[in-house]
Design a protein around this ligand. Structure first.
Ligand code: FE2
Length: 422
């Protein structure tokens, strides 16, 4: 089937040194690949079996959610309420559920959110799955089933995530190796969850040992706390240097970085920059969880997004949680999370908002190390048509994803109808 997408405003990564020119293009698709991209009006529409008129709207590559927990999403439907609203109680409630996990339940909940993400234009995702001695490898097994269900249309990367710690959960280290053998792609971690800094360092070292054995990236939950006592981001940077570790390393959350005094924060961010660590902020969860017990003024809980961006660090954001004991809302929509990030990180100037718009696109692509990402001749016909010609308006209005296209096939289509009676 040959498809023509005409009048496309193909969005490319924001570059403050370049003036953005809005030139409309027509995209021809053959056998699931982008065949040619020409200035609009240069194809004969009669040569195509289907013509989609983008009407000058934004056409982007698919969105990427680089940080979510598919084993735990929607778990509020099947567990008791988090009465205190704390991270501690959220984890305890999950313990109760993890003891009796049902594979089909995990597969169904993960599948539901994958479908919702697709409807919002997300075709790439990196999920953490709990690996510990409470639930064993069941979360991984359930998410692997969901991955298989959608393997032809959805790129899903799995991080083995020792949420209960490694040192303080004897048996977890062995499970982590098994998880990698079973099909996890990336080694996760949560060093701040150990009982003391010495154990946190051991945790980091074990994570690097596993990643070296499997020659794979690392993506850890780092210092997800307001408490400036926790300094595992620096440990992570130092470990990269001491081992000359080459695969990519990503640090998620890093909330404590926002609580450090300025001098230490700058010292650590400099190490982050020098070691090339990717940073992921998870604004919705951390706005909800962090700063909860502060007297006024309350901290926002996010890492130092603007400072990291200004330093040239690759920063992205994730949905993290949806309707679970940590966070009760969310709908797997990267434009929605991006809108919230603009508020939470004071990203209000046009170039700052464009930086946020690029995070679930080009910044996350870099983080995942995707080789063939982007709209180009010869590339996969994976693209999203958004109901606006302006990326800032897309974030402001949470514009409809008019068409979500994978390998030249329309997977989802949304056009909201509003009626006014005045
Ligand atoms: Fe997370």
């Amino acid at each position: 089937m040959n498809i023509l997408i005409k009048n496309s405003y193909i969005y490319s990564e924001f570059d403050s040194n370049k003036k953005t020119e809005k030139l409309l293009k027509d995209i021809s698709i053959k056998n699931g690949k982008i065949d040619q991209i020409l200035d609009t009006g240069n194809f004969n529409e009669g040569d195509f079996s289907k013509v989609i008129d983008a009407k000058g709207n934004l056409v982007t590559p698919p969105f990427i959610d680089p940080h979510i927990h598919l084993d735990k999403i929607l778990i509020n439907e099947v567990v008791r309420e988090n009465v205190t609203g704390t991270l501690k109680e959220a984890i305890e409630i999950i313990w109760e559920k993890k003891k009796n996990y049902d594979l089909e339940d995990i597969r169904e909940r993960a599948g539901r959110i994958i479908r919702e993400a697709i409807s919002h234009g997300t075709l790439y995702m990196r999920t953490h799955v709990d690996i510990d001695t409470i639930g064993g490898l069941k979360p991984l097994e359930g998410v692997l089933l969901a991955k298989e269900d959608y393997k032809d249309i959805f790129h899903l990367e799995i991080v083995a995530f020792p949420q209960e710690g490694i040192i303080k959960d004897p048996g977890c280290e062995e499970l982590m190796y098994k998880a990698m053998e079973m099909g996890a792609d990336i080694v996760g971690g949560m060093p701040a969850s150990e009982n003391c800094p010495e154990d946190s360092l051991k945790h980091v070292q074990i994570v690097f040992d596993i990643a070296e054995k499997f020659n794979c990236p690392i993506d850890m939950h780092v210092d997800e706390t307001d408490d400036p006592f926790f300094r595992t981001l620096e440990m992570t940077a130092d470990e990269i240097v001491s081992r000359n570790f080459q695969p990519s390393v990503t640090a998620g959350h890093t909330c404590a970085l926002a609580s450090y005094d300025k001098k230490y924060a700058e010292y650590v961010m400099d190490k982050v920059k020098k070691t090339g660590i990717n940073m992921i902020t998870n604004p919705v969860t951390n706005l909800m969880l962090q700063g909860r017990f502060d007297d006024y003024p309350k901290r926002r809980g996010l890492t130092r997004v603007k400072e990291l961006v200004n330093l040239g660090v690759n920063v992205a954001f994730g949905q993290d949680c949806i309707k679970d004991t940590f966070y009760p809302l969310g709908r797997a929509d990267m434009l929605e999370v991006g809108n919230i990030l603009c508020h939470a990180a004071h990203m209000s100037l046009p170039h700052e908002i464009l930086e946020v718009f690029d995070m679930p696109l080009f910044k996350s692509s870099k983080l995942l190390g995707l080789d063939n990402y982007g709209i180009k001749e010869g590339g996969a016909a994976d693209l999203v048509i958004i109901d606006t010609d302006n990326p800032i308006e897309a974030l402001r209005l949470n514009s409809d994803r008019l068409f979500v296209i994978k390998d030249g096939v329309v997977l989802a289509s949304t056009k909201t109808e509003k009626k006014m009676y005045l």
